[in-house]
Design a protein around this ligand. Structure first.
Ligand code: 6GU
Length: 226
């Protein structure tokens, strides 16, 4: 999968993809992330990409021209499955949306700033609008990093058996069960004995049961009705 990102603060997106699983995904050639400085398509020599909003009011708006030019130049090089605008008024990201995105070939992500981007770009170019939750960030970059991470780890071959996404929280509308590692007795706090018995069927049953208990208690809203 190839992901292009348009941003006025590309520096914010340098580190998130250079470690751990995202690093491995790129090294294996399964994921390619390219961040583009929107000011490359600025309207003047001062690097201007934003302007005051019509109707008045505080806060700048990212202009049509730099975005339209950037999108058109990038879209001439590859066909994007989705052009995604990261915005707090978008559809809230969840595991199902991430799973759907992970099946795409090419994505273009647009990070907003200030008051956002000119509405006409949303109407004429953007195909999906995504929020990462009901709170406001200063820009779309951290949200883009979250989106790329959640998609990237789902790409076939990125995770191995040990890190498999199949057992993640949310993947079956269930939270993941508790986990333990050595020692089996820490300050008198013991691990559940079923985990030591070596009975894999019993262990799976226990984990499933714990997942259900945990989900009922913490996130009854995501529990499937069937
Ligand atoms: Cl995608 N952008 C911004 N600026 N704030 C957010 C968000 C996105 N998602 C939640 N809050």
């Amino acid at each position: 999968m190839r992901i292009d990102i348009l941003s006025v603060l590309p520096e914010l997106l340098e580190s998130p993809f250079q470690h751990s699983i995202m690093k491995r995904a790129q090294e294996k050639g399964l994921l390619e992330v390219k961040v583009h400085q929107l000011r490359k398509w600025a309207v003047n020599e001062y690097g201007q990409v934003d302007d005051y909003q019509y109707g008045g009011g505080a806060g700048m708006v990212i202009m049509c021209e730099p975005l339209a030019k950037a999108i058109e130049e990038l879209a001439a090089q590859r066909k994007y499955d989705e052009i995604v605008y990261l915005t707090p008024d978008g559809e809230t990201l969840n595991q199902k949306t991430a799973n759907t995105f992970s099946l795409k070939e090419n994505l273009l992500l647009i990070c907003g700033h200030y008051k956002g981007i000119d509405e006409r770009i949303r109407e004429h170019f953007v195909t999906k609008e995504i929020s990462i939750g009901d709170y406001v960030l200063s820009g779309g970059e951290l949200a883009a990093a979250v989106l790329v991470d959640t998609i990237g780890r789902l790409l076939p071959g990125v995770l191995n058996d040990e890190t498999s996404a199949l057992f993640d929280s949310f993947q079956d509308n269930l939270l993941a069960p508790p986990v333990y590692t050595r020692p089996e007795d820490f300050r008198g706090w013991k691990i559940p004995s079923v985990l030591k018995g070596g009975d894999h069927k019993k262990i799976e049953e226990w984990r499933h049961e714990q997942s259900i208990i945990r989900t009922k208690k913490r996130r009854p809203d995501i529990l499937k009705e069937d």
